[in-house]
Design a protein around this ligand. Sequence first.
Ligand SMILES: Cc1cc2nc3c(=O)[nH]c(=O)nc-3n(C[C@H](O)[C@H](O)[C@H](O)COP(=O)(O)O)c2cc1C
Length: 135
Amino acid sequence: MSKVAVVFWSQSGNTQSMAEAVAEGAGTEAIEVSSFSAADVANYDAFAFGCPAMGAEELESDEFEPVWNECVPELGSKPVALFGSYGWGGGEYLDTWKSQAEDAGVNVVSTVICNDAPDDDALSQLKDLGEELAQ
Ligand SMILES: Cc1cc2nc3c(=O)[nH]c(=O)nc-3n(C[C@H](O)[C@H](O)[C@H](O)COP(=O)(O)O)c2cc1C
């Protein structure tokens, strides 16, 4: 079994609900990004990072993005899933995030996006994702 880190930032709880579903599937607890750092990356085999669309189709810049940026060089070829919730856009921020991650060498294995709160289908998909990451 792989040890999975599910690391998230959430303002109003939607991305947190997504993170908790991934963590449930992976048999672990979701970790708020404020409690995670690049030094922790070595302790895990696979990752799911979650952040909603903030700014103008951007990652949350005060807490999430600095930690994400410092983790990127440490991730190596370990599998990484990206997920998050958006409100009124089309979820473009996640496409941008994925592209930039791949350009930086991150092994992005999956992305999951939800409009506002995850519905039952999305929660099921997220739980499956957690199970896959933990295999
Ligand atoms: C300051 C701010 C900026 C936002 N910017 C975007 C955006 O650019 N595109 C978008 O689709 N939604 C945007 N949203 C909506 C959030 O992504 C959406 O409400 C999401 O469900 C919040 O997730 P959370 O509950 O995990 O915080 C923004 C919300 C806030 C508060």
